[in-house]
Write a protein that binds this ligand. Structure first.
Ligand code: F6R
Length: 369
């Protein structure tokens, strides 16, 4: 049932183009407008929403962090993202104009369930983004947008994460469409790009052999750091989480702009640092700043592993290892940038002799607080 793969995780990584395409299926019409029939929250209510709060745990939380960039940019509605386990213990400010989005692959995560119950008690509407039909979280929500990743067996989340991102983009674009924000033209363009993204994920998967070789060469390291900015920052966090849970290595993700506020002190000779580089088009200021960061850490001895868009030549002189990803609109980059990090963690786990599908101490669904 692993379909010829050694591990479910490898199979699920390979299934990502299909998972992404399936999650988009039937939700964008020929004219490029969105029809999210399952979102049964009336458009009159969605138009009045004045705040979005995303609650989730682990990898799903990282999807939420990325959702914030998309929601705020495309809808101009303020969005907060919070770990579900922290949320209800701080007496959050919620009312009927708050839209709460609960993201969960399993639909059974106790912390996320408790957070959404708390939100509904305050009168907020809850939209679940979930991969498991009929599970508790969607049952207790006002509406649900299912991700169509298919069953995810490996404990470490891969294809569910990519489909959570797609669902978050759809919700953000839908909110933008319903509210008629000034980004109308951009929304049409992004919807078009989103329809092509499954093919881009496929392309990334075809070029992963050097990433595997690199991972194997790092099997005796103790620490790997991950840097990113803008939507690349949650991608860095996700890369670090995958490495912790699979390779049992010390891994940390940082916002690249924070380097000089502390983390740069960690840089020492031959320390592997993975850097997720934003597109040089679009937010070029951030791109240039990250290139400076790469120079800075390399000058201090770091072994730089750079994930950069095809055609980005500025990074070449400073990359000890260069991983190319296809050019995408800035906000969609996590869909392609995360894939090499999944492959990297999976291969490192294998090289270190770890149980890939069933990492120690972890369970696929966390039904206790
Ligand atoms: C990491 C991972 C976990 C889950 C988290 C939330 O690879 O799988 O961090 O993302 O436990 O689980 P769900 O999405 O089922 O609520």
């Amino acid at each position: 049932e692993k379909g010829g793969y050694d591990y479910f995780m490898l199979k699920e990584i390979a299934e990502q183009p299909k998972a992404v395409a399936d999650t988009l299926l039937g939700r964008i019409d020929a004219a490029g407008s969105l029809t999210l029939d399952e979102v049964r929250i009336p458009t009159s209510v969605l138009r009045e929403v004045d705040k979005v709060v995303v609650v989730a745990c682990g990898t799903a939380f990282h999807a939420g962090l990325i959702a914030k960039y998309a929601i705020e940019h495309w809808t101009r509605v303020p969005c907060e993202v919070e770990l579900a386990s922290e949320f209800r213990y701080r007496d959050p400010i919620l009312d009927p104009r708050t839209l709460v989005i609960a993201i969960s692959q399993s639909g059974e995560t106790m912390d996320t369930l408790m957070a959404l119950r708390h939100a509904r008690e305050q009168g907020s509407k809850v939209l679940a983004i979930c991969n498991t039909n009929g599970s508790t979280i969607p049952r207790e929500s006002d509406a649900v947008l299912y991700t169509h990743a298919g069953p995810e067996v490996a404990v470490a989340s891969t294809k569910a994460f990519l489909t959570q991102l797609v669902a978050c983009y759809l919700v953000a674009l839908y909110l933008g469409q319903v509210r008629g924000t000034k980004w109308g033209d951009e929304i049409v363009a992004v919807v078009r790009d989103l329809s092509k993204i499954s093919g881009e994920v496929e392309k990334v998967l075809e070029t992963m052999e050097p990433v595997r070789a690199l991972a194997r060469s790092l099997a005796d390291k103790n620490t790997v750091l991950f840097l990113g900015r803008h939507v690349g920052y949650p991608v860095a966090l996700e890369g670090a989480l995958k490495l912790k849970e699979l390779a049992y290595m010390h891994a940390e993700g940082f916002a690249a702009g924070e380097l000089k506020h502390g983390p740069i002190a960690l840089i020492e000779d031959d320390l592997p640092v993975v850097v997720v580089v934003p597109s040089p088009r679009g937010r070029s200021v951030l791109h240039d700043k990250i290139v400076s960061n790469i120079q800075e850490i390399r000058a201090r001895g770091a072994r730089t592993i750079v994930i950069a868009e095809e055609g980005d030549e500025a990074v070449v002189p400073y990359a000890d290892h260069l991983i190319r990803i296809p050019a995408t609109p800035t906000l969609l980059q996590p869909l392609v940038a995360t894939v090499p990090l999944q492959v990297f963690a999976c291969e490192l786990a294998t090289a270190r002799g770890n149980e890939v599908d069933q990492p120690r101490n972890l369970a696929k669904s966390v039904t206790v607080e």
